[in-house]
Design a binder for this molecule. Structure first.
Ligand code: ACO
Length: 410
């Protein structure tokens, strides 16, 4: 199949780095069966999931996203100051605002980057990749960081066996850079059908929607799902989305080395393989280890596929996602011909110093904002969760913080 003609001067968005981060704590199916009416056998046979990762008390979507982002930048040899745009796909941001992307931007010191979060549930990473690569193709930016990060286990009803066995936490990221030579993100297709909105939802209640208990006591702020409905939708849409993206890219399915699908259910992956008439071996699956990490699942799977040698230089691959909205999307990619060189020890040290200085700058700037607000007669109470590497404040520091937070006397 011939690739469509491109207008002269348009750039290609190449993937130059990738990275992932998952919490250390593992929750196995047997662990779950100790407090929910389920069994390892049911979960394995119906979903393919064996265990999932659970964020610790000092981890959040932003801190996991930060670790994945740094790993992608380190591999790409890209400095934070080179990034023009950071997009974080998430359904579980630390805050409605500031965006997770802005927190990461501040922590890594990407001082010239624009940053925003994008909400398209489990399809979010494909949407974010398309937004960033379009900006590169149009020539408006040179380099971007695309992150998928989630702490799904914080929005689960742990007494609902229909949903709590399915999800886990984690983050993955890719670094994109503009280049004249063909390759990188070849084509994407995106779709949405809001008539299926009720099939998968996390009611928020902050926009005046009736019935929300602020503490989530009546099920608000928790994930609800019609599993069978989503299953039917997913098995139908994956094949169609893959075919559409490949047609747009001018690539034959036979040329595709690997399809990296959203990791929701092994049976969904096998049904999609059947529909496309390809062996399920050509679909990558790691959901046994992580469950469904929503917008993080595709970039995590991508990193592990590279790690396991399932993606080689210059391979054509397809990413395909589906999820709440309903939304779906697929991206046809050409993997870089040359893998980035391993960062040497000196480079790692240099980057470590840059990140430490960036964090210091971020903290100093935060204090500077406080001083400005204080001088103007107001008070700033907001304190974003610090990266997990930061030690807990001691008693004296906590006292000093409380003192500083007190609004000035009129
Ligand atoms: N343990 C034991 N039994 C269970 C469990 C469990 N964890 N969960 C459900 N069951 C029971 C049900 O109660 C039901 O019992 P009943 O027949 O007595 O009523 C029985 O198992 C069968 O239930 P089904 O819903 O028919 O099970 P199914 O085979 O459809 O599998 C599943 C359910 C795994 C949820 C499947 O439908 C699925 O994977 N759907 C897609 C979900 C998905 O992909 N969601 C994420 C989308 S991405 C995003 O945007 C977040």
């Amino acid at each position: 199949m011939a690739a469509p003609e491109r207008a002269p001067g348009l750039k290609y968005a190449h993937i130059v780095g990738w990275g992932m981060a998952v919490p250390e704590r593992t929750l196995t199916n047997d662990d779950l069966a100790a407090f929910v009416d389920t069994s390892d056998e049911w979960i394995r046979t119906r979903t393919g999931i064996h265990e999932r990762r659970i964020a610790g008390a000092r981890e959040s979507t932003a801190t996991l996203g930060l670790r994945a982002a740094q790993a992608a930048l380190d591999l790409a040899g890209m400095l934070p100051g080179e990034i023009d745009l950071i997009v974080v796909a998430t359904s579980t941001p630390d805050y409605v605002f500031p965006s997770t992307a802005s927190l990461i931007q501040g922590w890594i010191g990407a001082t010239r980057a624009g940053a925003f979060d994008l909400s398209a549930a489990c399809t979010g990473f494909v949407y974010a990749l398309e937004m960033a690569s379009q900006a590169i193709r149009a020539g408006s930016i040179e380099a971007a960081l695309v992150v998928g990060a989630e702490t799904m286990t914080r929005v689960l009803d742990w007494s609902d066996r229909n949903t709590c066995v399915l999800f886990g936490d984690g983050a993955g990221a890719v670094a994109l850079r503009a280049a004249d030579r063909p390759g990188g993100v070849l084509a994407c297709t995106l779709g949405s059908d809001g008539s299926g909105a009720d099939l998968l939802a996390i009611p928020n209640g902050s926009s005046g929607y009736d019935g929300a208990a602020p503490d989530g006591a009546n099920g608000f702020h928790k994930l609800s799902m019609d599993g069978r409905g989503v299953f039917r939708f997913a098995t139908r849409i994956i094949g169609a989305a893959v075919t559409q993206a490949l047609e747009k890219a001018g690539v034959d399915l036979d040329e595709v080395a690997l399809i990296v699908p959203h990791q929701a259910n092994q049976r969904i992956i096998e049904a999609a393989a059947k529909q496309l008439k390809v062996s399920s071996e050509r679909f990558f699956s790691n959901l046994a280890s992580y469950g469904n990490t929503s917008a993080a699942s595709i970039p995590i799977a991508l990193c592990e596929a590279v790690e396991q040698g399932r993606i080689r230089p210059a391979d054509k691959i397809v990413l395909v996602g589906f999820g709440g909205g309903l939304t779906w999307g697929a991206a046809a990619l050409e993997w870089p011909e040359e893998l980035p060189p391993e960062p040497d020890r000196w480079d790692q040290r240099r980057r470590g110093v840059i990140y430490t200085l960036a964090r210091l700058r971020s903290r100093l700037m935060r204090q500077w904002w406080r001083v400005q607000v204080w001088l103007a007669g107001g008070a700033a109470w907001f304190e974003p969760a610090p990266p997990e590497s930061q030690p807990q404040p001691n008693r004296l520091q906590r006292f000093w913080r409380r003192l500083r937070r007190r609004p000035p006397q009129k």
